[in-house]
Structures are given as C-alpha cells and as structure tokens.
Design a binder for this molecule. Structure first.
Ligand code: ATP
Ligand code: MG
Length: 445
C-alpha cells in the first residue's frame, strides 16, 4: 500500500533500512494514515537501540525514561519519536509498568499497545496488522488488544483513552471491551489526576463531546471522576410555569450538546453550570421547584473540581467565572453601570463564551436559541464598550479623593472613583471638576 508520506518519513525509513535496522511507523499515526486523516504525531518503532538511533541522528534528543529518541526537522512543528521495540512487565499499581524491557520483535511491541486500531505498523510498503486493526477501523470499533480485563488492570488510563478515542473518531466501544470498562471503572482512581484531566479535556475538545461524556456516564467512569455530576441525574425540575423538560443531569448533557464554543473550559463549564442544583432543591407547597442560590453552590463545586483535576490558574479562573455568573440578567431596564459591572466580572475576553454558555443553557432546556431581551443585551454590551469615556477622563483623580477624604491610596480610592464615574456615565452628574470634588464627600456619607 502506498500512501502520500512526508519526505522526512521516507528519509527516516530509508536511513534505518540502509543500516539494516527494522523501522516502522506505528500507533496512532498508522490509524490516521489509513483513515486519511492528517498525522500530527509521527511515532516509529525499531530494533535499533537508542545509542544506535543516535548514531543515525546525532542531533536526536534521548529521553531515557521511555527509551525514546526525538528527531526534529526544520519545517515540522513536532519532533518524530523513535522508540526501540518494547515489552512491558508487571503493572502492580494499575498505571505504570514495573519495568520496561526492550523487545526483540515488532510482534512484542504491538502486543503491549492499547487498542487494535492503534496496534498496527507500516514499513513504508505494507501494513502489519496482527490484531485485526483494519477490520475494526472499518467497523468503527475500539477493541482492546488481547483480554480487555487484563489490559485495563495493567493500565487503568486505557479506559479513559477508549472513551476519548471513541468520542474523537465517533467509534463505538466493542462489547467485551465496554463490559471490562464497566467492571474495572473504579481502578481509574489509581491514575494521576493530571492524566485524567488531559483525557477529559480531549473528550471535551472533540467534535462530539456529548457522545464522550455520555460514554463516561454509561461506563461508570463519571461516577469516579465527577461524582457531583452523577448526583444531578434524576433531580427533577419540571414544575408549573417552568419551561424545563429534562431533569438536571440531562439538561446539563443537552446543554453541552448545544454548546457552540470550541473551548474545552467553556464546554466543561456548560456541562456543570447547574451542578449545585441537587443541594439547593426545594419543592414548595404550590408544587413549584426552586434551586435558590444554586449558582453559588455550583461555583463552590466548580472550584473543588478545578483543584481536584489540577486546572491551570487561567483555566480555573475562567471556569469559575462562567459558572458563578451564568445566571446574569438580561433585563432591558438594566443601567449601563450594571452592564459594565457584568463585563468587569466576566472579563472582556470571556464575554463571547459566557454568551455561548447562556445560549447552550437555553437550547439545552428546550427554549429557543435567543430572545429579544438577550439580543438587546448583546447590543448593549457593545454599546457600553464603545463609549470612549473611562475613569481616566474624569475631571478628578485618585489624588483628589485621597486629599479630600484624608485616606491613603488603596482599593477604597478606586471604588469611590468608580462610583463617581458611574454617576457621570448615567448622566446624574456632569463631568465638571467643581461638582465632582463636592460629590466625593457626598458619596461616602
Ligand atoms: P493521539 O495522538 O490522538 O492522542 P494516539 O493513539 O496516537 O492518539 P498517543 O498517546 O500518541 O495516542 O500514543 C501513541 C501510541 O502508543 C498509541 O497509538 C498506542 O499504540 C500506544 N499507547 C499510548 N498509550 C497507551 C497505553 N496507555 N497503553 C498501551 N498503549 C498505549
Ligand atoms: Mg499520537
């Protein structure tokens, strides 16, 4: 079989063969070639030892914990990774082989790989497919290599990988493999949270995050990694005069399905925006169900989740804001300063994603995509930003505030200036120095 390979790949294969080494493209790259996808990560496996690989590519970077040599090319973003055949022995902690041993043959190396579609090799001329990978590829199936039970016991992350790759490729998980995930789901707790987060974000980034998340739920993995979300299923919210057609959990899933933002943090926030509802559920005598203050409880849970899954500070900041403020009002009687406060709370850079969450929330609850109020609100978001006037343009400044009130510099000064600024924007005060100086004392009374 001939594929259109980059010239660097052809060069690597030729150089190794010239030295009488075996060399193969392997893993996800072969899967992607066969599917006609663009290959981002080129992985190779060879019978050459790392020191021998380095004689062929002296500038290669050797990472001795994995026995991998990275080779960079000028016009390629990512280095190629060349790894000596490996076999792995003993997984006493369900996550790391106790020792990695060089293998002697390609067969051994393919046998340790996770799924049949990831366990094929290509030598530049033909595909080596020992486990029926091509058949599973054609049938869109994720199937463990060998006994799925054993494989998930060796390395529990493979269960998340099955769900993730299934979601990314829109494949189903083969029956026995799926069954084994259900049986072994609690083993995922042995895996480092960073790695779980990594897989979870890949699920969320994929073209069908809904499918991946439903799979997490159905396999029991959600119960382990997001137990707070599992609690939302079965919590009803249908009540007189309310539009809700789903229980909380299914509303959250449907919201994710409708989320138009490609950002995994926004998608995640959309998925859990009501996660505090089970704790705030109240059914009044009238039959009406309320979730008073649920956004604050959801925020607390979001902070826990972000910490538990080791979000970066930036990811956590955005995640928490989107959830904390998801109930923002879009009332046509809001003042400009209320809209400005909203923008400050959310951060300009997050406004678009906050709106994406709102639209997803509406659609995921069976409402129309937008309302005239939401459209008005969006217009006003732009209008208040267009106003060229800022605090700097006031005819008084922080020094005036400090002198008149005899207070030192600090957040208080900014707060007072902001109050005066809002009064000027709302046209309650003219931007005249004399008037504003007077207003300083009035405002703190
Ligand atoms: P992607 O690059 O899209 O994440 P991939 O299948 O290439 O998908 P990698 O993490 O790049 O995944 O791993 C490369 C190859 O290494 C896989 O195709 C698979 O053959 C093997 N592999 C990776 N992780 C595991 C694992 N936990 N257990 C067994 N084999 C694995
Ligand atoms: Mg890869």
């Amino acid at each position: 079989m001939n594929f259109n390979l980059p010239k660097e790949v052809i060069e690597i294969i030729a150089k190794f063969k010239k030295q009488n080494f075996e060399i193969y493209v392997v893993g996800g790259a072969v899967r992607d070639i066969l599917m006609g996808h663009i290959v981002y990560d080129w992985d190779f496996t060879t019978d050459a030892q790392p020191s021998e690989i380095l004689t062929i590519y002296p500038d290669g970077f050797y990472d001795n914990s994995f026995g991998t040599v990275g080779v960079s090319f000028e016009n390629l973003d990512r280095p190629f990774e060349i790894t000596t055949f490996r076999t792995e022995h003993g997984y006493s902690d369900n996550r790391r082989p106790d020792k990695v041993i060089w293998g002697k043959t390609l067969e051994e190396d393919l046998k340790r790989r996770d799924f049949t579609i990831n366990a094929m090799a290509y030598d530049g001329k033909k595909i080596i497919d020992l486990y029926g990978g091509q058949k599973d590829l054609n049938n869109k199936l994720i199937r463990a290599v060998g006994d799925p039970n054993e494989r998930f016991n060796e390395d529990a992350l493979r269960m998340m990988r099955a769900v993730r790759i299934g979601g990314e490729l829109n494949f189903e998980i083969e029956e026995k493999t799926l069954e084994a995930i259900k049986i072994n789901s609690t083993l995922i707790n042995k895996i480092a949270k960073e790695r779980i987060k990594d897989e979870l974000f890949k699920i969320l980034k994929s073209s069908n995050p809904y499918k991946g998340i439903v799979l997490l739920k159905d396999t029991g993995l959600m119960q382990e990694i997001l137990p707070e979300l599992m609690k939302c299923f079965g919590v009803g919210q249908k009540s007189p005069q309310r539009h809700h057609i789903y229980d909380v959990g299914n509303h959250l899933l449907m919201s994710l399905k409708e989320c138009k933002s490609p950002d995994p943090v926004t998608r995640f926030a959309t998925l859990i925006h009501d996660i505090g509802k089970p704790q705030t559920y109240k059914k009044l005598d009238s039959g009406i169900i309320t979730f008073y203050n649920h956004e604050m409880v959801s925020t607390k849970i979001a902070i826990n989740i972000a910490d538990r899954l080791r979000f970066s500070a930036k990811e956590k900041g955005k995640f928490v804001k989107l959830i904390r403020f998801h109930q923002f009002t879009v009332d046509e009687h809001q003042t400009d300063s209320a809209i400005r406060r909203f923008l400050r709370n959310i951060g300009l850079e997050n406004v678009e994603d906050m709106l994406a969450l709102r639209v997803a929330d509406r659609l995921g609850g069976g409402a129309r995509e937008t309302s005239w109020r939401l459209e008005e609100f969006k217009k006003r978001l732009f209008e208040v930003q267009k106003q060229p006037f800022s605090i700097k343009d006031l005819k008084i400044n922080g020094k005036d505030v400090m002198e008149i009130l005899k207070i030192p510099s600090g957040p208080k000064v900014g707060e007072i200036l902001e109050k005066i600024f809002n009064e000027v924007v709302e046209k309650n005060l003219p931007n005249e120095r004399k008037v504003l100086l007077k207003s300083i004392t009035v405002l703190v009374q």
